[in-house]
Design a binder for this molecule. Sequence first.
Ligand code: NAD
Length: 266
Amino acid sequence: MEPRVPGLSSGSTVFISAGASGIGLTMAKRFLAQGCLVHVCDINEQGVADFIASHPNASGDVVDVSDYQRVKTMFEGIAAQFGHLDVLINNAGIAGPTAAVEDMDPNEWDKTIAIDLNSIFYVTKEATPLMKARGGAMINIASNAALFGFPLRGPYTAAKWAILGLTKTWAMELGVNKIRVNAICPGSVNGPRIEGVIERDAAGRGMTTDEIRTVYQRQSSMRLFVEADDIANTALFLASDMGKSISGQTIAVDGHTEGLSNFLEP
Ligand code: NAD
C-alpha cells in the first residue's frame, strides 16, 4: 500500500510525456497510486495500450512529442477530458549520439534537439493554458549532464542545459499564476536505458561495458546508479504542498555527481 503524500490531492490531473516505460512509467504508476488521474503520451503504442489497461484513472495517446501539431491536438483532447491540468511532467528525452563535434551527424543533432528540447516547448506551450486558472506544478526532467560538460554527448548536454534555462524562465513567467516550475536532474538510473547507453558509449569510446559502468558509477560521490523511484519520490514531493514554495529550482537526484569528464583523462 502506497503511503499518502501530504498535500497531493486525490483526483489531481497529471500529464507525463514518454510515460509508457522507464522513469516516466514509474512516475505515472506512483501518481496513480495517489489517486491522481494520469495521462501519458509515448511513441510506444503497446506501452500506451498497456498503461491505459492497467488502471481506471490511466489514459494516454500515441504521440511523438517532437511533432508540434500532434502535441497540440493531444492537448485539445486533454482539455476536454480534464478541464484543468495540475501537474505537467516533461520527461521525454533520448540519449542521442556519442560522437566528437567534428564527427557529429547533423541529422542526429537535430533529432536529439527536437525530442529533448523542442518537445519541452511544444508540450509546455499547450499545457500552460490548462494550468493557469488554478495553478500547479511543472517538472522538467533534465539530467546530471545539465550540470557539467559531457564530452562526446553534445546535443544531449545542450538540450539538458537549455531545460534548466527554460525552468528558470518559465518559473518567472508563470509564478504570478501560482505555477511552480522546477527541474530534476537524475544521475544514471538503473534499468535498460542506462545499459543501452553504456553499450553505445563503450562502442563510441573503444572501451568495454564494464569499464564504462565503473566510470559512470565513480562519477557519483555515493558510487551508485539511482532508482526510477528516487526520481518519482522527488516528483511527488515537488507536485505536492510539501513543495508549495519551491520554484525555479534544479534538484539533482544522483548521489552527487562530481563530474562527467573523466573519460578523457589518461
Ligand atoms: P527510456 O529510454 O527508458 O524511456 C523513454 C520513453 O520515451 C520510451 O517509452 C520511449 O518510447 C519514449 N519516447 C522516445 N522518443 C519519444 C518521442 N519522440 N515522443 C514520445 N515518447 C518518446 O528513458 P528514461 O531513462 O526513462 O528517461 C526519461 C528521462 O530521464 C529522459 O528525459 C532522460 O534524458 C532522463 N534521464 C535519464 C537517465 C537514465 O539514466 N535513465 C539519466 C538522466 C536523465
